[in-house]
Design a protein around this ligand. Structure first.
Ligand SMILES: NC(=O)c1ccc[n+]([C@@H]2O[C@H](COP(=O)([O-])OP(=O)(O)OC[C@H]3O[C@@H](n4cnc5c(N)ncnc54)[C@H](OP(=O)(O)O)[C@@H]3O)[C@@H](O)[C@H]2O)c1
Length: 304
């Protein structure tokens, strides 16, 4: 039995569906059953639980041989503040898995996590990585780059397509690596279904390093429209400090955009990974082509 915590998210869902399609027994710990209807239909066992409820984690781990931790609450607040979910909750999941004699724990960290990262979320990821390595269980740590679905489309190109402009914080010139969720999920599947990645920490990125400005321009050329508006880091820091008392998650998202480029490098070279696991990775170009084609289709349908 493979337990997935975070199966209603982008990476968790893609991984769960691939495992189910291969015939694996999958249990998904979800907060709301309604968000897992497709997973249940595909054959997953639904377990209602929460990373902030340690007892639910103990029960969910019972009988599981492998655990995939792919939830996060970077944008959370209050009960779901990142520290509660990403640190306390994941520590509790790790303890529950160890107590339930889980054989292999696959943890989703993030590329660039380090002990002295300026953002607490990245420090949490680094600390949980260390706890996973010393847990005594078999383990694999995945360190994906920024997901294209989020960082290329939702936070940049989608606004440009739908509103005719996009907003970029700071100069927007830092080269960043982006990876498609569909290119990360197969590594999670290998880690969960085979023993090949035991003891490994894998950085997983895409083939391209591009700036936010370049991404916006790629959408604008295809859509034949689009303005790029820049907001200064100074103004963003003021907004973040006003937001922090009411919504620490949103403030954190703005804080990330304000980290100086040299303190949070995001470029990455895919050659080593591709040497070991040859495969075709989704290019940002192809990804944007697909998003723009979907946008055109939706416009045609809406105008009928
Ligand atoms: N997005 C990126 O660009 C990116 C880049 C690198 C690494 N990662 C890492 O990759 C993993 C997957 O990210 P993603 O973007 O696929 O996630 P996502 O789509 O944002 O989904 C987050 C998942 O976490 C679950 N979750 C949040 N709080 C929870 C709680 N208290 N108890 C149980 N489940 C909870 C959510 O459940 P609900 O459906 O109930 O909300 C959802 O299934 C995360 O570990 C993330 O840090 C992401």
């Amino acid at each position: 039995m493979i337990l997935i915590v975070g199966a209603t998210g982008q990476l968790g869902r893609a991984t769960a569906l691939q495992l189910l399609a291969q015939g694996h027994a999958v249990r998904v710990l979800v907060r709301e059953r309604a968000r897992a209807v497709d997973l249940q239909k595909a054959g997953a066992e639904i377990f209602i639980g929460d990373l902030t409820d340690a007892r639910s984690l103990e029960l969910a781990c019972k009988g599981a041989e492998r655990v995939f931790a792919c939830a996060h609450s970077m944008l959370g607040r209050g009960r779901y503040a990142s520290a509660q979910v990403d640190h306390v909750g994941h520590s509790a999941l790790l303890a529950a898995a160890r107590d339930a004699k889980v054989e292999h724990f696959v943890y989703t960290s993030v590329m660039g996590a380090r002990a002295d990262h300026p953002i607490d979320f990245f420090r949490s990821k680094f600390e949980i990585e260390a706890a996973v390595r010393s847990s005594g269980m078999g383990y694999t740590i995945l360190r994906p780059a920024a997901f294209m679905e989020q960082h290329v489309h939702r936070l940049n190109g989608q606004l440009l397509l739908e509103r005719g402009f996009t907003v970029i914080i700071g100069a927007g010139t830092k080269p960043r690596n982006f990876v498609a969720v569909r290119d990360v999920a197969p590594f999670a599947v290998i880690a969960l279904a085979q023993d090949d990645l035991n003891g490994r920490t894998l950085e997983i990125g895409g083939p391209d390093n591009l700036s936010n400005n370049e991404i916006a321009a790629m959408y604008a050329v295809r859509a034949r429209k689009g303005r790029i508006q820049h907001v200064s880091v100074r103004a963003t820091k003021i907004v973040a400090s006003m937001l922090r008392p009411v919504h620490e998650g949103l403030a954190r998202a703005l804080d990330i955009a304000c980290v100086p480029d040299h303190e949070m490098r995001e470029s990455w070279d895919s050659h080593q990974l591709m040497g070991e696991f040859p495969r075709q990775l989704t290019s940002v170009d192809a990804f944007i082509d697909q998003r723009v084609a979907e946008w055109r289709r939706a416009r045609r349908v809406a105008s009928r």
